[in-house]
Design a protein around this ligand. Structure first.
Ligand SMILES: Cc1cc2nc3c(=O)[nH]c(=O)nc-3n(C[C@H](O)[C@H](O)[C@H](O)COP(=O)(O)OP(=O)(O)OC[C@H]3O[C@@H](n4cnc5c(N)ncnc54)[C@H](O)[C@@H]3O)c2cc1C
Length: 418
């Protein structure tokens, strides 16, 4: 089957869904392709920063967003020697109502944004639809994508087809198929850890709010737990490359590790049935030097994969989408889009990306690499001094984390009254 539209967005993560919503509000005919059947996956991260909350207010969606199940994060702490910690960023020092990071299950956020987008007649979302390749014309310009539709239960291919459009936007994340089909190779930065996800059921009498977060450190191990309605979503962090060793040790040994780090869950660790219940996520931090080719733009993790350090990747992906929509909506409508517009998106988002990734690289070095080597985290002394002794200091990093460098505002065409 062949179809055409003004813009095809590949990937229904934070970047793709936000871009689809904004373009549709501008009146652009936009189709978002998402390879999964739903947004119910646990490894995506749940942080919604102040700049995104402010953006949702500008879009007239703030009230609905605040009604989603969520918890609030008041500060960001760096672990220190002897189990101590220092408050690096105190969001409470920022001006209300943007003085916290909201922890919202990502599928709730994405479903909420999709509902808003579906109010627009020019928005289409195709689930179970996986982009498989780029289509090019004789000059090498990207003019479409090929896709396959999948059976949500078996994953079997049900059909194939092509979508043609003026612009393809790759929002297909860190393993971007469109990026590799375009022959673009990102520069990789070292990451000292990987993540293994698993679940443990909650007891009926547990009262932690949904999406609250609880980190535990011991030796060279970290356990990060997110509270869901019926279960704990748990990430075990250990040195990169230790998957084979961990699996060879077997499930009993892994259950012991978890029980050591979370004695309160020791009575339920046997719910980890086998090592197959552990899902490895190979953490990456990388960046393309060029985010576009004629007919193709890459944003979010497809252009710059983010590590979980500091929980900032979702926000950056959303900000990319806002910047992209502002630049490309009007030329898409007037059929005047060219490579300069795509270059302008990268130019706008380059500095914030480099700054945020540099922040993650510092966290990798001073916290994660130390912990993974079994040493105490070692934040730079001047930073610890400033955080502890200079009144008001934790407001500066709080602002940087909450709003990021060069925060984006909703374009006029996308604003709505609540
Ligand atoms: C372990 C881990 C934990 C993290 N935790 C946090 C956190 O707490 N807070 C935070 O801000 N960031 C976190 N991050 C980073 C964050 O997940 C990303 O930066 C963010 O999700 C990027 O958004 P995106 O829309 O660009 O890509 P993604 O969220 O990766 O979305 C890509 C979408 O594209 C779809 N897709 C992929 N290929 C295709 C295809 N061929 N066809 C159709 N659809 C396709 C995928 O199914 C997915 O829905 C974490 C990262 C990791 C690795």
């Amino acid at each position: 089957m062949e179809a055409s539209t003004q813009c095809v967005v590949v990937g229904g993560g934070p970047a793709g869904i936000m871009l689809g919503l904004l373009l549709a509000r501008a009146g652009v005919e936009v189709t978002v392709l998402e390879k999964h059947a739903d947004f119910l996956r646990d490894f995506r991260g749940d942080t919604v920063h102040a700049s995104t909350i402010r953006l949702l207010d500008e879009l007239g969606l703030g009230e609905g967003f605040r009604a989603l199940p969520q918890s609030k994060l008041g500060n960001f702490r760096l672990p220190m020697e002897g189990g101590d910690s220092v408050v690096l960023a105190d969001f409470g020092l920022l001006k209300a109502p943007y003085n916290y990071v909201a922890m919202v299950p990502q599928w709730d956020l994405l479903n909420f944004l999709v509902e808003a987008a579906q109010q627009e007649p020019t928005f289409t979302l195709r689930m179970n639809t996986e982009a498989t390749d780029l289509l090019k014309d004789g000059s090498g310009k990207v003019v479409g994508v090929s896709y396959r539709t999948r059976d949500p239960l078996t994953g079997d291919t049900l059909g194939t087809g092509e979508f043609r459009s003026e612009l393809m936007v790759a929002c297909d994340g860190r393993g971007s198929v469109l990026r590799s089909r375009a022959g673009l190779v990102p520069r990789e930065f070292p990451v000292p850890f990987d993540t293994w996800w698993f679940r443990i059921p909650r007891d009926a009498d547990e009262t932690d709010p949904v999406a609250s977060i609880s980190p535990r450190f011991a030796g060279s191990e970290v356990l990060l737990s997110l509270t869901r309605k019926d279960y704990h979503q748990i990430a075990y962090l250990a040195a990169k490359g230790s998957d084979a060793k961990l699996r060879a040790e077997g499930v009993e040994s892994f259950r012991d590790r978890v029980a050591r780090l979370r004695p309160d869950l020791a009575d339920r660790v046997d719910q980890i049935g086998s090592m197959d219940d552990l899902h490895l996520l190979d953490v990456k931090l990388n960046r393309l030097s060029r985010w576009h080719e004629p007919g193709l733009l890459l944003i979010g993790d497809a252009a710059h994969a983010m590590s979980p350090a500091g929980g900032v990747g979702i926000n950056l992906a959303v900000q990319d989408a806002v910047a992209a929509a502002r630049v490309i909506a009007s030329p898409l409508l007037s059929e005047t889009l060219d490579d300069d517009h795509l270059a302008a998106v990268q130019k706008r988002r380059w500095l914030p990306t480099v700054m945020v990734q540099t922040f993650q690289r510092v966290l990798h070095r001073v916290v994660f690499a130390q912990v993974m080597a079994g040493k105490q985290p070692n934040p730079p002394k001047p930073l610890v001094f400033a955080a502890r002794r200079l009144p008001g200091f934790p407001k500066l990093p709080a602002r940087m984390i909450a709003f990021g460098p060069r925060p984006e505002h909703a374009p006029d065409f996308a604003r709505r009254k609540p």
